[in-house]
Design a protein around this ligand. Structure first.
Ligand SMILES: Nc1ncnc2c1ncn2[C@@H]1O[C@H](COP(=O)(O)OP(=O)(O)O)[C@@H](O)[C@H]1O
Ligand SMILES: [Mg+2]
Length: 390
């Protein structure tokens, strides 16, 4: 049993910078938890505190049933895999994988057993006598994983282990690492700034911003029910469209004003969110995922009062779908993600992105009707930026 528990952890660096604020997280035995957030949000700091490479300012850290605040890294029974996995170039793959065991004076026979088993799992057997310089990037990354595996730790800690690999290899390795973790069933905390990596690998994902935990949940729950504007914009690509809007409550439910245009929302939106009625006549933030926009020409069954008009600025064809950037006269909302600028605003004009069916005939410079799946709309308080539910 190796749970990893962070209980109200704070980190204040020597220069006074408060990098982690009251972080509480409970990583279950055998769970794959991903810590994700923009660069500088404190992911590595948090991971290094679990590893014991960084002191904990206040709060309690437990691995298994043990309070580890004052336990040396080498005695915490964890294995870490970094971005710069720094293999020893003059040593064979075999010796690289077994090196930590040799240092810990594990008997030679036992080392041999564990190295060969790790090599078999990682499909590195043909390369055991080769030097790291002769391997591909993906193979080197597997050697780094091998070094962690042979230690049979209570937990794996991984800090952006794939960020030095090219895009294609990264996709392959993320599937391999996720499968390996499930096979070995070792509690894992994995750090990345890449939300797609987080979503595809994690049993649960913890989103961090500016040293504060925003939300921790399964990937699907984060996507479907983001707790606040930041998570809403951070999870998903292209990002959720977010607008300053106002709500009118009427007999049929209500309507949302996006700039000069209005779209109807049904009574079910209010039934699911008892607090929403209280926003009648008030400003709020409305979120629409790109897939909840569609070319009205392809969606003729959708009611006329759930459509908006937009002028198309740019079309990106992805084969399976097209991304249609368009402009409406509503004001967008800054999500608070420092890395988000190039994510959403492609040309300074468009403030909406839709994922349309590729059969759409929308063209740049045209003004088109767009349906809005208002049943999937997200609502946030304009002040607190928290999702409006109850
Ligand atoms: N030794 C340090 N002293 C002071 N500030 C630090 C130190 N290490 C990191 N920081 C700051 O703490 C914040 C979080 O850093 P880090 O945990 O490395 O972020 P991430 O891994 O999410 O990119 C950053 O603003 C960084 O500049
Ligand atoms: Mg980092």
């Amino acid at each position: 049993m190796a749970t990893v528990v962070l209980d109200s952890i704070n980190k204040v660096y020597d220069d006074g910078y408060h990098a982690i604020h009251d972080l509480s997280l409970e990583i279950k035995d055998q769970e794959f938890l991903v810590l994700v957030g923009p660069s500088g949000c404190g992911k590595s700091t948090a991971l290094r505190m679990i590893a014991g490479l960084e002191t904990i300012s206040t709060g309690e850290m437990r691995i298994g049933d043990r309070l580890v605040n004052n336990i040396e890294p080498k005695d915490r029974d964890i294995a870490m895999v970094f971005q710069n996995y720094a293999l020893y170039p003059h040593m064979s793959v075999y010796d690289n994988i077994g090196f930590a065991l040799k240092l810990s004076k594990v008997p030679k026979q036992e080392i041999d057993k564990r190295v060969r088993r790790a090599a078999a799992i990682l499909e590195l057997e043909p390369y055991l006598q080769k030097k790291p310089g002769m391997l591909s990037g993906g193979q080197r990354q597997r050697v780094a994983m091998g070094r962690a595996i042979v230690r049979q730790p209570a937990a794996f800690l991984m800090d952006e282990p794939l960020s030095n690999l090219d895009a294609k290899l990264r996709v392959q390795m993320r599937a391999e690492i996720a499968a390996l973790q499930r096979e070995l069933a070792v509690t894992t905390v994995y750090v990345t700034h890449d939300q797609i990596e987080a979503m595809t690998m994690g049993d649960r994902v913890a989103v961090l911003k500016g040293g504060y935990l925003q939300q921790v949940d399964t990937p699907q729950k984060l996507y479907d029910c983001p707790d606040n504007v930041f998570v809403a914009a951070f999870i998903g690509s292209p990002s959720m469209n977010l607008y300053d809007a106002s709500l009118t409550v009427d007999g049929k439910g209500g309507s949302v004003a996006l700039g000069s245009q209005k779209v109807q929302i049904g009574p079910e939106a209010f039934a699911a969110r008892p607090a929403l009625k209280g926003y009648g006549g008030k400003r709020l933030i409305v979120g629409i995922r790109p897939e909840d926009f569609e070319d009205a020409k392809l969606d003729s069954a959708s009611p006329a009062d759930r459509r908006i008009r937009g002028s198309v600025t740019l079309i990106e064809s992805l084969g399976v779908e097209i991304l249609v950037h368009f402009a409406i006269d509503a004001r967008t909302v800054d999500s608070g993600d420092p890395d988000a600028v190039e994510k959403n605003i492609m040309d300074g004009q468009a403030n909406a992105v839709g994922r349309f069916n590729p059969r759409s005939t929308a063209k740049p410079k045209a003004t088109i009707d767009i349906t809005v799946a208002t049943e999937n709309m997200h609502f946030f308080d304009a002040e607190t930026r928290q999702a409006i539910w109850s």
